[in-house]
Write a protein that binds this ligand. Structure first.
Ligand code: SAM
Ligand code: SF4
Length: 316
């Protein structure tokens, strides 16, 4: 469906849970989430009805996200049903990878076609520090499992000044070793991100300063600007929601695990779909898409996102 600014909305990001088995410092507080009663969360049937409603309005790409989607007990069933919704051409999943060794075969068979795997460092101590509770070897085992399953894999790295900017070359080097894309994403100032102030934000252009040999390549239809190292098997992507936002080309809407439709990641606007029939969801979605804001408010170390949520409660 086309919104009032002429953007064709074809992409739904579905957060299936706000819980996670990690506690990344830029994403969620150390104590995790306060568990909400079941009645406040979307059921599997409601999620599938929402996907059907979205598909009937022209959504063709679905990304399952979280929190960590793989901690959701019925994740395989959600993926299997979502992949079969008429009109959905692509089912992607964003994960920290920790549970992929156990689940990759089932998810592949269920119809997941692509994986984005989050990895901010290749140093075991730094991985433990940024995730608070994680072990690097688990994420790397997840990467191996994703590649063995035959998925096209994109690695997401949040660029954090003073933390991993010294590792840009090493992380980009993964594209030489594996058939993966590595995408550097600017740090977005969310609800509880005081720990990551001015010094932690660096623009994606800093990546290019550290990779002078990277050559530009044609975009693939996504939001990343793409580059390639000589001899690499995959691309380097730069995603700059803060320094150079892409609102004018935004084709996405989001649905949170508690059933709130978000027309814009960085706006406080939330429209509930819980308790509605599929037809009612469709009508509400149509309104939300039409009224999707042209652009989000300023984002910077001084201007936090107006989302009013942390990223684990939205899905990225
Ligand atoms: N748990 C999964 C994962 O980590 O891939 C999926 C959910 S996570 C919220 C989705 C993406 O959002 C991850 O790639 C994560 O690094 C990114 N993210 C979380 N907080 C962020 C922030 N403040 N700025 C930029 N990216 C962020
Ligand atoms: Fe969990 Fe993903 Fe957030 Fe890390 S970025 S805490 S893995 S939801």
């Amino acid at each position: 469906m086309i919104d009032q600014y002429g953007r064709n909305i074809t992409y739904l990001r579905l957060s299936v849970t706000d819980r996670c088995n990690l506690r990344c410092r830029y994403c969620m507080p150390p104590e995790g989430v306060c568990k909400k009663p079941h009645a406040q969360m979307m059921t599997e049937d409601e999620m599938i009805a929402a996907v059907e409603a979205a598909a009937s309005l022209g959504v063709t790409k679905l990304r399952v996200t979280g929190g960590e989607p793989l901690v959701k007990r019925n994740i395989v069933s959600i993926c299997r049903r979502a992949a079969r919704v008429p009109g959905i051409e692509e089912l992607c999943l964003t994960t920290n990878g920790v549970l992929l060794p156990q689940l990759s075969a089932q998810l592949c068979e269920a119809g997941v076609s692509r994986i984005n795997l989050s990895l901010d460092t290749l140093d075991p101590d730094k991985y433990a520090r940024i995730t608070r509770v994680g072990r690097l070897e688990q994420a790397l085992a997840g990467l191996e499992a994703a590649l063995t399953a035959g998925w096209r894999v994109k690695i997401n790295t949040v660029l954090i000044g003073g933390f991993n900017d010294d590792e840009v070359g090493r992380l980009a080097g993964l594209t030489l070793r594996y058939p993966v894309d590595v995408r550097f994403i600017e740090l977005m100032p969310m609800l509880d991100s005081d720990e990551f102030g001015e010094a932690a934000f660096i623009p994606c252009t800093a990546v290019l300063e550290r990779l002078p040999q990277a050559a530009p390549v044609a975009p693939d239809g996504g939001v990343a600007r793409l580059y390639r190292l000589p001899g690499a098997q995959g691309n380097i992507g730069l995603i700059s929601p803060v320094s150079d936002h892409f609102c004018g080309a935004c084709n996405r809407i989001r649905l949170t695990a508690d059933g709130k439709l978000k027309p814009c990641l960085h706006s406080a606007d939330e429209i509930s779909l819980r308790g509605l029939t599929k037809q009612q969801m469709r009508e509400r979605m149509r309104e939300v898409i039409w009224n999707k804001p042209a652009c989000h408010a300023e984002l910077s170390a001084h201007h936090h996102s107006l989302a009013g949520r942390n990223m684990n409660q939205i899905g990225g």
